[in-house]
Design a binder for this molecule. Structure first.
Ligand code: ADP
Length: 189
């Protein structure tokens, strides 16, 4: 049983590490970015509402994200744990997650914070070639991260729930560092 948040700026490698972690802990990987991109490509009601925000590198309004997560965390496959990737991304989202978890009698175990300097991120994101990865949109996403998302480091740090990992190291080293840190955490817990 593990309930984890994978946290970090755009381009930190959350998606890659999430695949490893979700298989290591056998918990579903819940990526809000993937869920939004799927909704946009299927042109669901949610996708139609979210599209403009994604295209501009802005955050989708909290309410839409929170509703989507609430639906996901009451599904049968998330009752034995989960790995959140890309959520929460604002302080109000983090408060909403707290309320949601307490209402379903669950609690968060750990937040893994992938630390990567901005210079690396810009280079990685430019190399990735996703639809929302042109330079202007990338710069906007980095700014939005610093303004709205980075405050969560303090939020979870103050509660002693944060594990900082150097996300600029090679992929396998990052994976190993996360697994070592989480194994140590769960063996004490
Ligand atoms: P990245 O790989 O750059 O971190 P994601 O795939 O996590 O990006 O998210 C892509 C886009 O989806 C974001 O730029 C944003 O528009 C939207 N999005 C994803 N998660 C959230 C969230 N928790 N709150 C608001 N918007 C979100």
């Amino acid at each position: 049983m593990a309930r984890l948040i994978l946290f970090g700026p755009p381009g930190a490698g959350k998606g890659t590490q999430a695949v490893e972690l979700s298989s290591r802990f056998t918990v579903p990987h819940i990526s809000t970015g993937d869920l939004f991109r799927a909704a946009v490509s299927e042109q669901t009601a949610l996708g139609v509402k979210a599209q403009g925000y994604l295209d501009r590198g802005e955050l989708v309004p909290d309410e839409l994200v929170i509703d989507m997560i609430r639906e996901r965390l009451v599904q049968p496959d998330t009752q034995a744990g989960w790995l959140l990737d890309g959520f929460p991304r604002t302080v109000p989202q983090a408060h909403a997650l707290d309320e949601l978890l307490s209402s379903i009698n669950q609690s968060l175990d750990r937040v893994v914070n992938l630390e990567v300097p901005d210079g690396f991120l810009l280079e990685r994101l430019l190399g990735r070639g996703r639809k929302d990865d042109n330079e202007e949109v990338i710069r906007r996403r980095l700014q939005v991260y610093h303004d709205q998302t980075a405050p969560l480091i303090r939020f979870y740090g103050d509660r002693n729930q944060l594990t900082d990992i150097d996300g600029s190291a090679p992929v396998e080293d990052v994976t190993a560092a996360i697994q070592t840190a989480l194994t140590a955490f769960f063996s004490q817990a």
